[in-house]
Write a protein that binds this ligand. Structure first.
Ligand code: PRX
Length: 685
């Protein structure tokens, strides 16, 4: 990588005007909780010596241990190729298939074991229990359809816009069997958001479902496919086929009509493929398994490209040793498969270990806050995984509900946002009944799997802190000037990872320069260097390391907001607001929320002479929902007479954030228009 390709002054801002980390609440260090003896007695990892085996001087060969959990057609020759930093290549020369590792290899010993429990939202609908043998059959038949009906082959991309149903992992695994790269878009995203991802990934095939249940409604989902195909065409991407799963096979649950010659009901087409078998394609370890789009500092989501070998090795190892999954466990991760958590820790990790993984439809608090505990009791779930937002909502709506049910978790996870110590303690006492070990796992779409977490059979837990780095991960915290903070300093800075690891994404799809710029430019020591030590990975989070080595994550340092555990770019929301013709300026700020962690407040200024109105504010909100999805709906749209600005015309989001969070905006006298601050404060009351 030549110097001119690696600008020292990144064009994308990596320090926002106002970031989550800046408004993070600082809670005091908490006491430790110990994992129980019964948990330790059965844990997959209890030897603290593991950390010495994964010390930096054992890097990268130590990661062989991860890849050895998988079945390889051909063993790799080079564990890590660093010849083109920071494009790391893991297990080079190896041949592998992800679907084979998650399905076929279990048939000899586990074919009658449940692979996927699907729990429909309506409680009068019986759950479905798909054995590994049934999964094998369904994946093969669908892979045959993708190959022979759609003409898909290794390396092609397919966009999935599917809700939480068993057909989603079936679809992913069928793609993986063929070496086809899947790009699953969260079902709550709008048709337009789906279109951007269809176009960027150049998908000719879109796979969707007619409808799904959510919070008491059967939502029409097929209509989003029509928007997605139309909008993708306007970005120059033709979709030839839309494949539609039916929520109730044999019955159409969507009022949206099929388009002749383009739309196909999967169950009709599948009839021709009954009983067919498809040999798993022996793929290079370094070939991409999937793309996962995520928000960054610009309006454009980026497609994080994950490899087959490195990614699968990483999620399998972390599922075994951090999630403590054994083949006999019933494991329920409540995340949506449309996010990285679902890919890594509902589908690929647990299935690679032959566990039974629960896929549930709906939301945790509907029809009431007892639902998760009923499901756990009914299915005998013993490992449970969810987000602070879900925990806060369940605690708010049903603080005593868990104690009414006879479920027993040995292990629980929290992921995706900082968890407040009092929320952690409720999770521990009420949900875990004081029996479960808890891991607070910090990681990201880009990282494929966990980075920081306690090892549940080794470490004590500390509420509100993720824990130390997991074996093989070596973080470092830098200040804004690039100075390394002493380990355990208790000072806040920007957390980076010193070394590559197999689960890390390979690049941003079709945008390698952005990959370098955004994640490596800031703290790269020498752009000419081929030594991985010179290329720390910038995670984009603020963090503090306490004297005991535990990390506490403060939140994003860039223009990203984590709303209810969903990652949204403020620029994406602002761009959607600017589509409303009356709007000339838009600024989004994060606001602390007792349930969702953070929510966006959206400030807009109108063209000169236009009067603010509720109608305009509503249209701004509607534009955000239509461009991105309901998850991005602003808490409030506040129409202001002018934005607070510096003399050079820059919007001072810091001042807006202070107003929204009821904090002191500090000295505003140097603004070009200090008088506007009071007016905005009145409007935002
Ligand atoms: O800010 C961090 C926060 O979630 C971001 C990553 O979001 P995403 O890519 O959508 O992946 C979510 C699932 C891993 C991070 O940059 N985050 C994630 N886990 C934690 C967290 N913040 C605090 N504590 C965590 N355990």
């Amino acid at each position: 990588m030549s110097k001119d390709k690696l600008p020292r002054h990144a064009t994308e801002r990596q320090t926002a005007d106002i970031s989550e980390a800046q408004i993070a609440v600082h809670w005091p260090e908490e006491d430790y909780f110990s994992p129980s003896n019964p948990f330790i007695a059965q844990a997959n990892l209890t030897d603290a010596g593991i950390f010495a085996r994964f010390a930096l001087d054992k890097f990268p060969e130590c990661f062989k241990e991860f890849a050895d959990l998988l079945d390889w057609y051909k063993y790799w020759e080079t564990t890590l190729d660093t010849s083109n930093p920071p494009f790391w290549r893991w297990f080079v020369g190896g041949k592998i298939n992800a679907c084979y590792n998650c399905v076929d290899r279990h048939l000899a010993t586990h074919k009658n074991k449940t692979a996927i429990h699907f729990v429909p939202e309506p409680e009068d609908e019986a759950p479905q229990h798909l054995t590994y043998q049934e999964l094998f059959v369904r994946v093969n038949e669908f892979a045959a359809l993708l190959r022979d009906f759609c003409g898909l082959k290794a390396g092609d991309r397919v966009t999935l816009h599917m809700p939480m149903v068993a057909e989603l992992p079936i679809t992913m695994l069928a793609c993986a069997r063929l070496g086809v790269i899947h790009s699953q878009v969260f079902s709550g995203f709008s048709g337009k958001a789906c279109a951007d991802r269809v176009a960027d990934s150049e998908s000719r095939v879109l796979i969707t479902m007619d409808a799904y249940h959510r919070a008491g409604n059967l939502l029409d989902h097929k209509e989003k496919a029509d928007t997605a195909v139309m909008e993708a065409a306007s970005h120059g991407q033709q979709v030839d086929k839309v494949l539609i799963w039916q929520r109730y096979p044999g019955k159409n649950s969507s009022p949206t009509k099929l388009v002749e010659g383009r739309d196909f009901v999967i169950n009709d087409v599948l009839r021709k493929f009954r009983g067919q078998r498809v040999e798993p394609v022996q793929m290079p370890a370094e070939a991409p398994l999937f793309l996962m789009y995520t928000s960054g500092t610009t309006g454009r989501p980026k497609g994080c490209q994950h490899s087959i070998g490195g990614y699968l090795a990483y999620v399998t190892w972390t599922s075994k040793f951090i999630q403590d999954i054994h083949p006999e466990d019933v494991y329920w991760c409540m995340a949506d498969i449309g996010w990285i958590t679902g890919h890594s820790y509902i589908v690929y990790g647990p299935l690679a270990l032959a566990a039974s993984s629960v896929v549930y439809e709906g939301v945790p608090t509907h029809p009431d806050a007892g639902r998760p505990w009923r499901i756990a009791e009914d299915l005998g779930v013993n490992i449970f995984h969810t987000s602070p937002t879900a925990i806060r909502a369940l605690r708010r709506d049903g603080p005593d509900e868990p104690l009414k049910y006879n479920h027993h978790f040995k292990h629980m996870t929290t992921v995706g946002e900082p968890i407040e110590p009092e929320v952690w303690k409720w999770y521990y006492k009420a949900v875990g009944k004081g029996e479960a070990a808890i891991v607070d796992t910090w990681w990201q779409t880009e990282t494929g799997g966990f980075l920081c977490s306690t090892v549940p059979g080794i470490h004590k837990m500390k509420p509100g802190s993720a824990g130390p780095a997991i074996p093989g991960i070596h973080p470092v915290i830098y200040d804004d000037e690039g100075k390394e903070l002493a380990s355990g300093s208790g000072k806040a800075g920007n957390i980076c990872i010193r070394n590559p690891w197999p689960g890390g994404f390979q690049t941003i799809w079709k945008d390698p320069e952005r990959y370098v710029r955004q994640y490596y430019a800031r703290y790269c020591k020498d752009p000419e260097s081929k030594d991985w030590r010179d290329w720390p990975y910038l995670a984009g989070d603020g963090a503090v390391q306490a004297a005991d080595g535990y990390y506490r994550i403060l939140g994003r340092i860039d223009d990203v907001i984590n709303v209810a555990g969903h990652r949204l770019g403020t620029k994406e929301i602002e761009s959607a607001a600017l589509l409303v013709p009356e709007v000339v300026e838009a600024a989004v700020v994060p606001v602390a929320d007792p349930v969702k962690g953070k929510v966006p407040d959206l400030y807009v200024a109108l063209k000169p002479g236009l009067a603010p109105s509720e109608e305009i504010a509503n249209r701004v909100s509607a534009s955000v929902v239509s461009e991105i999805g309901a998850i991005a709906r602003p808490r409030r749209v506040i129409v202001v007479p002018d934005m607070p600005k510096t003399r050079s015309g820059k919007i001072m989001r810091r001042v807006l954030a202070a107003i929204s969070n009821h904090l002191d905006p500090g000295d505003v006298s140097t603004l070009a228009n200090p008088e506007v601050v009071e007016k905005i404060r009145e409007l935002a009351k």
